[in-house]
Write a protein that binds this ligand. Structure first.
Ligand code: GLN
Length: 246
């Protein structure tokens, strides 16, 4: 028995947590536990004391109103988040918080919300709502499957690296259907809800692998003590989601 132990920071679970995003937390926790790692979950909501140390960070989506509630608090804790990014902490940001990790989000109604500039892009709300099942191809992670629902049109700067370079179904970052999500350091940003990680567990394992690198641990993923049928169920979920029309 080892004493491996990690802390996962869940950013704004009260205001930014829709369309099954909570499942991302469950997948990360379970897969870490099946590798023999104990997990502590730290919820951070606006106005609270921001944790000084954590191994992983995840954040989900929300309505424009939820984003306008948290965005100023996010500015307050941006320094700590950016130091964690620079220190190689793996993070997953979905939709609403993905947008706020960019430069800014200008909703259809109301004033522009500042982002914290981790990702080199900006987002502007527009009339066509992008709703449906997405299939996107990523060089790093293979085919990614999820559900999108956003009005925000995210345009990557020239320096930005997309998470997926090809859209096979759905929209992804914007109505041009050119790419999906964004990647920087050990941070993954995406529009995919649904939840993301149960259907794309390769990203969860990549994130846990980054934690292991940061901690100097050797992990044997081939020996993960997961339920016998989990991979079959995952494949069934992927096949079923892929076959649904947009
Ligand atoms: N409010 C944002 C948009 O519509 C984010 C939506 C979401 O998180 N699903 O673009």
């Amino acid at each position: 028995m080892n004493n491996r132990f990690i802390k996962i920071l869940h950013l704004y679970p009260k205001d930014m947590n829709i369309y099954g995003d909570h499942g991302n937390l469950l997948v990360l926790s379970k897969r870490a536990q099946w590798l023999g790692i104990q997990v502590q979950i730290l919820d951070y909501n606006q106005g609270e004391r921001f944790p000084t140390d954590f191994d992983l960070l995840i954040g989900g989506g929300g309505q424009d109103s939820g984003q306008s509630k948290v965005c100023f608090d996010l500015q307050r804790v941006a320094g700590s988040i950016k130091s964690a990014v620079d220190n190689g902490v793996p993070m997953l940001l979905v939709c609403g918080l993905y947008q706020l990790f960019g430069e800014f989000f200008k909703p259809i109604k109301g004033s522009t919300l500042p982002g914290i500039g981790v990702f080199p892009f900006s987002t502007v709300g527009q009339k066509t709502r992008m709703i449906g099942n997405v299939l996107a191809r990523s060089r790093e992670f293979g085919d990614l499957i999820g559900f999108e629902n956003h009005s925000g049109n995210t345009v990557l700067d020239r320096s930005a690296v997309p998470l997926a370079h090809k859209i096979l179904q759905g929209y992804g970052n914007n109505t041009d259907r050119l790419n999906e999500g964004c990647r920087i350091q050990n941070v993954v940003g995406t529009y995919l809800h649904g939840s993301m990680l149960p259907k794309n567990p390769q990203i969860a394992d990549w994130m846990i692998g980054k934690v292991a690198q940061n901690r100097g641990w050797k992990l044997d993923f081939s020996n993960m003590q997961k339920p016998q049928h989990l991979d079959d169920w995952t494949n069934q979920a992927r096949i079923s989601a892929k076959s649904r029309p947009y």
